[in-house]
Design a protein around this ligand. Structure first.
Ligand code: GDP
Length: 274
């Protein structure tokens, strides 16, 4: 879980460092391009050049992304799509990201932002190496954020991932659990899986079939979890199926994209978009 205190602190850091950057590279998980955006960033980031980077495109159902791409473009943001794990990050940054910001900056300084698990470390670590440097002490900040130089015209600022301070919609919570951004509380796990199961049954039955390595679709998530445990031989004491283990394994493999491509966000899920 996340803690409001941490979020406040992370936000404070972001605010302080915002003055030093001209642009924002905001990562979202392409499987949930709306839910995986901490919308609370919006007022922090206004007046900055902004790119929304749909990451993990390799495990997203690209055909469902048109709406979201337009949605962000209409807000005045640039939209890029990639799979940071699959591409050469350095060349993606220099050839695509750098060129997507306006030419007016001779030295471009960009803040990398996004909620947990969207790929920020994958991006930063792949270019970090020896070039990473820690910013000196800034008053009021206990730990300096990291500047990483991509080349002598382009610097990135690594920031802590921040989440919503309050999730106003259960669907968003479940989606964030299904993509692996939030570690669920015990009681949330099953609800998230139930939500996911019903969603897959309607929109992506192949995900269920792949998870179970079977051609039939169980009637509900409880039966699904039993079959999943049975298939994997997850047995608990007393010779019952280890449903707890089935839930954790399923969630882990699902968020890693092992069962195929998916997009969880649909405009009709959000009242404000109607
Ligand atoms: P952070 O919390 O935002 O720093 O996210 P990480 O960089 O730690 O990435 C979270 C997980 O997503 C890791 O397991 C990465 O390997 C994985 N990941 C990152 N980028 C991609 C991608 O393009 N495709 C896929 N399939 N996985 C990715």
């Amino acid at each position: 879980m996340w803690y409001p205190g941490h979020i406040k602190k992370a936000k404070g850091k972001i605010k302080t460092y915002l003055k030093t950057v001209q642009g924002i590279l905001e990562l979202v998980d392409a499987r949930a391009p709306y839910a995986s955006r901490a919308y609370e960033y919006d007022d922090l980031f206004k007046n900055k050049e902004r790119i929304i980077l749909f990451n993990k495109i390799d495990i997203a159902d690209e055909s469902k992304l048109k709406f979201w791409e337009k949605y962000y473009r209409d807000k005045g943001y640039k939209v890029l799509k990639t799979a940071l794990k699959k591409v050469s990050v350095r060349s993606f940054l220099t050839k695509i990201v750098y060129k997507s910001f306006p030419k007016k900056f001779s030295e471009l300084r960009v803040m990398v932002a996004g909620i947990p698990n969207v790929g920020k470390s994958t991006l930063i670590n792949s270019i970090k190496g020896k070039k990473a440097l820690r910013v000196g002490n800034t008053p009021g900040i206990t730990r300096g954020l990291q500047w990483i130089s991509v080349n002598n015209q382009f610097m990135l600022l690594d920031t802590p991932g921040i989440l919503y301070s309050e999730i106003y919609n259960k669907k968003i919570l479940y989606k964030l659990i299904l993509i692996g951004s939030i570690k669920p509380e015990e009681d949330e796990k099953e609800f998230a899986i139930e939500y996911g199961f019903n969603f897959f049954k309607e929109k992506y039955p192949d995900i269920i079939k792949k998870a179970l390595k079977s051609d039939s679709i169980p009637e509900d998530h409880i039966k699904f979890l039993e079959l999943f445990a049975k298939r994997r031989n997850f047995i608990a004491t007393g010779n019952t199926y280890d449903i707890e283990r089935a839930m954790s394994t399923f969630l882990k493999e699902l968020s890693d994209g092992k069962y195929g491509k998916v997009v969880y966000d649909y405009p009709e899920d959000y009242d404000i978009l109607k």
